[in-house]
Design a binder for this molecule. Structure first.
Ligand code: BGC
Length: 459
């Protein structure tokens, strides 16, 4: 096939990745929407902090479950079918929460949505990485993180739009149906990944898909190389993970997720309007509007990070971002501690610190933790190891969401933010000793390095 065939196939890959990334959009939308909705729900049903924490973290319980199940489900039924099922569950969950007439029903609906998020957080990047040609894989996988941040900002804008409406929170949740329908319908037109088809021995179908994706007529070489790598993968089991040389990359993956979550990112994502109210903005509408600003900065700085990641490398971005995170958390804490002195200025100091904090996160921990877990595991255990890291991400997320308001009550807001700042300092040390600079290295070279049990610092 000529150049036009290649051009066409490139376009096709981008369209496919974009549709699949709507899964990331839903992930972001459904986690972000609670921030604004919570202000109204807690008023309408007079919720205590502990009930608020349950409403927020129910999604995370579901996500832990979803992430745990997703590897097996995607292998058994195929990536495409699972993503379609996820879209349906998203839609059902959105309706259930929009119509909820009790806290219990709301919590149940949020758990259902969470299961879909957990499955999507693993299956969508897997689908994209299996369908993309190697050269474009990094950028296309990062599209998922970008979609997550766009989903979050969309949820803030929608929260903002409905903030003044009676029963506004119900509309906020109901809007989740829109991207769910786009994802479900879009996926109906897309194909299964060649890798899964070969695994199921559906070779003709696999050839057909590879032909369309690569723009080449002769695809036997591609099919053979998929067969080879599948042969390598077979027999992966938990016992495989116990090999001494694999312990370090596993530790690095889980450690990165600990730092990504326990520096408090989601207290900002879920509770930003609540934080702004604590800082002195009395109107819900203003608090939610300030939150939209936070979401936009998150998207923009993620784009900056994707642009820089292969130029200046992962570690420099991590150092810059983590330093910013520690400083801004320190300032946030200080602002709350000196509330009496700062008076009305506190709210603006808070907005500035939160915006600088989110910018620091978006250039570093946001995209890089997900990227590194897709790079440091040998092919043979990649699926399993990535799902362990994904699950640990949701577990730490759950732990932080469930404890934030209680921490504020027990330690004050200043104490809570300073505690997260200490984790940021641990993150800097962790990054120095344990995070390898994967920029420009082939996956085989990274694997070899770990196999020889050399220090990650020396990669
Ligand atoms: C994190 C999420 C977070 C989001 C914010 C992701 O990388 O895993 O927990 O809500 O970034 O942009």
């Amino acid at each position: 096939m000529g150049e036009t065939g290649k051009e066409k196939s490139k376009g096709l890959v981008v369209v496919i990745a974009a549709v699949a990334a709507v899964g990331g959009l839903l992930f972001g939308f459904d986690t972000g929407v609670i921030s604004g909705a919570l202000l109204f729900i807690k008023k309408e049903w007079a919720l205590l902090p502990i009930s608020q924490e349950f409403v927020v973290s129910a999604v995370l319980v579901g996500a832990i479950l979803g992430a745990a199940l997703s590897g097996k489900l995607a292998d058994r039924f195929g990536r495409r079918r699972i993503i379609i099922a996820t879209a349906v569950i998203f839609a059902v969950g959105s309706f259930a929460t929009a119509l909820a007439h009790s806290v219990d029903m709301l919590i149940l609906g949020r758990i259902v949505i969470g299961i879909a998020i957990g499955v999507a957080s693993f299956t969508v990047p897997l689908y994209i990485s299996e369908i993309s040609p190697a050269k474009m894989r990094g950028a296309l996988v990062s599209l998922n993180q970008l979609a997550i941040t766009i989903g979050i900002v969309a949820s803030y804008v929608i929260d903002d739009f409905f903030a003044g409406t009676v029963h506004g929170w119900r509309y906020m949740f109901a809007m989740g149906v829109v991207p769910a329908v786009i994802l479900g319908v879009g996926m109906l037109f897309l194909s299964e990944t060649p890798r899964w088809l070969v695994r199921q021995n559906k070779l003709d179908e696999a050839r057909h898909v590879v032909r369309a994706l690569s723009g080449n007529e002769n695809v036997e070489e591609d099919i053979d190389s998929i067969k080879d790598s599948l042969a390598l993968e077979s027999g992966t089991s938990w016992s495989e993970l116990a090999q001494p040389w694999l312990r370090l990359p596993l530790f690095i993956g889980v450690g990165l997720m600990f730092i990504q979550q326990v520096t408090g990112i989601n207290t900002v994502i879920y509770y930003a309007p609540t934080i702004f109210q604590m800082a002195g903005f009395s109107s819900e509408v203003v608090a939610i509007t300030a939150t939209v600003g936070v979401g936009v900065v998150n998207v923009l700085m993620t784009i900056v990070s994707i642009w820089l990641i292969d130029r200046i490398g992962r570690k420099p971005l991590m150092y810059i971002g983590l330093t910013g995170i520690v400083i801004t958390l320190g300032l946030l804490g200080l602002g709350f501690k000196e509330q009496a002195v700062l008076g009305g200025a506190l709210k603006w100091a808070t907005v500035a610190s939160v915006i600088l904090y989110i910018a620091s996160f978006a250039v570093s921990l946001g995209p890089i933790c997900w990227l590194i877990i897709s790079e440091i595991y040998p092919l043979k255990i990649r699926g399993l190891a990535m799902s362990i890291a994904t699950m640990s991400n949701w577990l730490f997320n759950f732990f932080v969401a469930l404890t934030f308001l209680t921490l504020v009550q027990k330690l004050t807001a200043a104490g809570a933010f300073w505690l997260y700042a200490i984790v940021g300092v641990i993150g800097l040390i962790f990054c120095y000793y344990f995070v390898p600079e994967t920029k420009g290295h082939s996956l085989e070279k990274i694997e070899e390095h770990f196999k020889l049990m050399k220090s990650p610092r020396d990669l």
